[in-house]
Design a protein around this ligand. Sequence first.
Ligand code: NAI
Length: 256
Amino acid sequence: PRTYLVTGAASGIGAATTALLREQGHTVLAADLEDGDIRADLATAEGRAALAARARELTGGRLDAVVACAGLARFDPLTVRVNHFGAVATLDGVRPLLAAGSHPRALVVGSVDAVHPTDPAIVAAADAGDEPAAAAAARAAVDRGEGHLVYSSSKAAVSRWVRRAAPGDAWAGAGIALNAVAPGVVLTPLTRPLLDDPATRTLVERAVPMPLHGHARPEQLAPLVAWLTSPENSHVTGQIVFADGGADAVLRGDRA
Ligand code: NAI
């Protein structure tokens, strides 16, 4: 059995992943805003520090895998704070614990939305690790009526971070595989309001076409997350694995 940390574990993909890993006999430290073994707000520096400190306390300093699922899709700077900066802080914060673990693996939940139009100012600030600038750029996008770009930009940024970081000394050099899973539309509380409204539902269906099996249930993502973070995954790293019913292939199938 392995020891995992899952953020966003109270709902959706994080909850389904936690349930599957526990069924497989692993120990999972479940983290979320107000639920679970670790309560921490990943939008704040204090919450991020508390997550890492509590994980160290509860694991005795050894962690085998981390799954950063916590995220939101609001037209608000909070979305880039949590989806990019919160995820990066989660992974960096527990990296020393992973380095002491067995067959260590790390994963962040990205999104096929990362291939949609993004706001270059948000992505550039996120690339530079400048959270105040990224939040200001997100605020500006919202103010000019392009709030939808905040989510795609947050996911593009965290995907780029995975690709840059994974081959480096801190990750591959320490034997830690680091990947992202990029889902299409998953039926969770995050997408429910969008799918319940017929007007936004049509927009979502057009933006994220899913010819294979349509919208996913969170339980259908969990086995991929579990495999990528298992010892069986010896060589997949730095990848954004699209589990999107074919959406990425439809949207940009001309790119090999
Ligand atoms: P969800 O809303 O069911 O679960 C997200 C969890 O993250 C919630 O339990 C929430 O409390 C937690 N969270 C939010 N803000 C937080 C904060 N500041 N600190 C700590 N925890 C916080 O959503 P879902 O759909 O399971 O999403 C999980 C991840 O998957 C997110 O990163 C989301 O962007 C991503 N994703 C979801 C898709 C979907 O269609 N549902 C598609 C692609 C990616």
